[in-house]
Design a protein around this ligand. Structure first.
Ligand code: NAD
Length: 480
């Protein structure tokens, strides 16, 4: 499907499609071959302002809607997305370069995130408190923050839009969504779906455009009360500074360089599976992919032999073929970084165990050995199908290596020794740890997020009740 042949998409503001004031557009490309996929209005500060004002206006009434209505609209949105799953799978394949399997996974997760948000609606509550003063009734309640700016990356555009819009709407806030310039169509179509589901115009608005040019005008807009950003660490830190200056609440979900440790007593089959799935889903373009693998010396030779075979035969066919695992890399910028990391490692003496070459916009799944600290891929996020495997003596060495990173998002360990597993979980500097399972996993209600340069705050249904609402303390002095 080529949306460009059918229409030029506008921004989605106040429940309507709007062109940019200067009529400017930009082309969205299909990452498989860089052909034109869609033509989309290119936003400026003017459209950001219109979207924020629409969200602010809508918030005045939306904040007072009944919990019944909000639950019904969320339930309808989940049902509609399930009904129209095929359409969103197509978008995820053609706009984001997802494989069929990843697109199925992402649409399924999005439905589950919206359903989970239904349960948040009645939990936006407070408590009654004891008081120092006789006859004083002291209580708290939670109020929605107001207009929330949601800024999303290209790799999981529907997962991020669904979770963050649904959670904001569940708690009574309204949204301006700025999607990645590589994947605006998915966000625009999702916002329209929310409107079909019953959410009033202006509750979710989407401005398409280049975040590097217009992001600041969104983050610093005086009517934006809270910002939730998912993307690279460098942009996240810039947004954090802007939010600090404006005294705005901010949640940051940033990059990762996630360690996976395999001890001698691990199930080799499970560990290989975890190292393949945990690294190569969406061709390594995942914040929680296991791009550093530490294998204990006893199991190392066998692991390398089996892992090499498993990686070499990962499917690279048509994206709609369910056996395809490796798809294209989204953009020239991302491709250049991946190429640089591989060539830099090779020039400095790394061994390419498997992969290293390209077929069009697809990078072969690549396993590097003998990676050292002077190589870019040692510490920096590659965000592509490139993994470094290291041999380690014991758990202590694994822990020291795992913690030798500025990132701290997800982490995994394979072992049959529960004490070793728990010691690792306790000592590794990461927001999430998985024992005998891959580093790539997420659920609607868990606190998702990282430490260090991987983020600030958590998201998920529980965490977002805190992040998206403000506590108010209220007292009533009763007559004696
Ligand atoms: P990016 O930082 O380049 O862009 C992310 C979004 O920010 C895009 O919508 C972009 O347009 C926008 N943006 C850019 N400059 C801005 C500014 N000044 N103000 C406001 N918005 C601005 O990231 P990307 O390349 O799209 O995504 C890849 C990165 O995202 C990786 O580092 C990955 O690890 C991270 N990521 C993190 C998570 C997580 O949950 N921790 C999930 C997915 C992706």
């Amino acid at each position: 499907m080529n949306i460009a042949e059918q229409q030029t998409l506008g921004h989605w503001i106040n429940g309507e499609w709007l062109s940019s004031q200067d009529r400017g557009t930009f082309t969205v490309h299909n990452p498989v071959d860089d052909s034109a996929f869609a033509e989309v209005a290119e936003g400026s500060a003017a459209e950001i302002n219109m979207a924020v004002e629409a969200a602010h206006e809508s918030f005045q009434s939306y904040r007072n809607t009944s919990v019944n209505d909000r639950e019904a609209w969320l339930a309808r949105a989940a049902a509609l997305l399930e009904e129209r799953r095929g359409e969103f799978v197509d978008l995820l394949i053609d706009e984001a370069g997802s494989t069929f399997t990843k697109a199925q996974f992402e649409t399924g997760k999005a439905v589950s995130f919206i359903r989970a948000a239904i349960g948040m609606v009645r939990r936006v509550s407070g408590e009654t408190l004891p008081s120092d003063y006789p006859g004083r009734l002291s209580l708290t309640w939670r109020e929605p923050r107001g207009v929330v700016a949601v800024i999303t990356p290209f790799n999981v555009p529907l997962i991020k839009a669904s979770r963050l819009c649904a959670n904001a709407l569940a708690t009574g806030s309204t949204v301006v969504l700025l999607p990645s310039e590589h994947t605006p169509v998915i966000a625009l179509k999702f916002a329209q779906l929310l409107n079909y589901a019953g959410f009033p115009p202006g509750t979710v608005n989407v401005v398409a455009g280049n975040g590097y040019k217009i992001g600041d005008s969104l983050v610093t807009h005086p009517l934006v009360k809270s910002v939730t950003f998912t993307g690279s660490t460098v942009v996240g830190k810039h947004i954090q500074e802007l939010c600090a200056k404006g005294n705005k609440h901010v949640t940051l979900e940033l990059g990762g360089k996630n360690p996976l440790v395999i001890l001698d007593d691990a199930s080799l089959q499970d560990a290989v599976q975890g190292a393949v799935r945990g690294m190569f889903m969406h061709q390594g373009q995942a914040c929680i992919s296991s791009s550093r693998i530490y294998v204990q010396k006893g199991i190392y030779p066998k692991f390398i032999e089996i892992y090499k075979g498993a990686v070499a035969k990962l499917g690279r066919g048509e994206l709609r073929d369910p056996d395809t695992i490796i798809g294209p890399i989204i953009s020239d910028r991302q491709r250049e970084r991946i190429r640089r990391h591989i060539s830099d490692a090779q020039e400095k003496g790394a061994e390419v165990l498997v992969g290293g070459d390209w077929d069009g916009n697809r990078c072969e799944p690549t396993v590097l050995l003998n990676v050292s600290e002077d190589m870019e891929c040692f510490a920096e996020e590659t965000f592509g199908p490139v993994v470094s495997v290291y041999v380690i003596d014991d758990l202590d060495q694994a822990l020291a290596a795992a913690n030798n990173s500025r990132y701290g998002l997800s982490s995994a360990i394979y072992t049959s020794d529960i004490n070793a597993a728990l010691r690792y979980a306790k000592s590794v500097e990461a927001g999430m740890v998985h024992i005998n399972g891959p580093s790539i996993t997420d659920e609607a209600h868990v606190p998702f997020g990282g430490v260090g340069d991987s983020g600030f705050g958590r998201e998920g249904t529980e965490a977002d009740i805190d992040a998206l609402t403000e506590l108010k303390w209220v007292t009533v002095q009763m007559n004696s």
